[in-house]
Design a protein around this ligand. Sequence first.
Ligand SMILES: *Cc1c(COP(=O)(O)O)cnc(C)c1O
Length: 378
Amino acid sequence: MRVPFLDLQAIHGPITSELEKAARRVMLGGRFVLGPETASFEEEFAGHCGVAHAIGVGNGLDALHLSLRALGVGPGDEVVVPGNTFVATWLAVTMSGATPVPVDPDPVTLNMTVEACAAAITSRTAAIMPVHLYGRLADVDGLSALATRHGLALVEDAAQAHGARLGARGAAGSFGHAAAFSFYPGKNLGALGDGGAVTTNDPAVAERVRKLRNYGSVERYVHESLGCNSRLDELQAALLRVKLPHLDEWNTRRRETADLYATALEWTSVDRPAPPPGHDASESHVWHLYVVQTDDRTRLQAHLQRQGIETQVHYPTPPHRQAAYADLVRAPLPVTDMLAERVLSLPMGPHLRTHHVERVANAITAFDRDALVATRAV
Ligand SMILES: *Cc1c(COP(=O)(O)O)cnc(C)c1O
């Protein structure tokens, strides 16, 4: 039995006819860009996040970069970002004209800490941009307070955290001055292609993003700012409207799977991700990825592959080790470097059932036993 890393067919299977209906509606309606589907999805997604405004854009990278630009971040500014993130977080800063200032994460939650962020603030800092990494909400209270104290913008990279919430206090996308989501197919809420959104409670920021995504224009052929072309299209918006009502139930399944993994992997050699805090914060993690740590990643990954279990590494080479950022002046990032060597993402998604998790755990147990036998034989 194969255990796929993520199975989008299995997720789309039960809603195929609804997706087909939505696609047909767009095709027959004849509006393909900035029409009624996008407007409705924006309203529905804003409602889900508990914010006043959502603006559909072309992808998550643009959502991040347009958030920064709408908040006035630009050349000469610095933006504090995590070292351990997908390169898009940094590229968005670079695209805005500002400079990314990376910090090491908390070694337990793997998210940005207030202490590291505070230590990185200079007279040029304009914004801090935490990532809700792997679906776990960053310390939004601490980072909000820090941003307020220093007069900085707080931008959430919520590309991995659709639907993560802190009880009645709010959801991912509602804690910063602006937040960016990606609807890349593999995300917790994914389109059938590229897509993204900016969320905000600030009408002026919303207005600026609306302009920037559409050639700097509200009225046709009138260009007030140097915008770009980055719009969520009608087809993707219509498909996302079918999928959004399922997001919470899919996230619940991810949480159940994470709980099963936590129990099944207890006595294995891998380090499990820290459980999210209890009570109000039990929904603060939506498990975009289930990332364990191991000292023997190459061999473990090959062993799992032989058993038909797909795993991935998020991320093998952090942005500061990429050629694209070879010239960036920065502090050392030992925790980020350590994580890049040790992290391994196990299969995760609403497609998984108990027997899949048991299979993964059994395969890891067998790997541990073989390793033990091998040591004894020496
Ligand atoms: C996926 C992702 C992005 C970028 O989203 P795209 O839609 O692929 O541009 C940005 N940040 C993080 C943390 C992501 O996981």
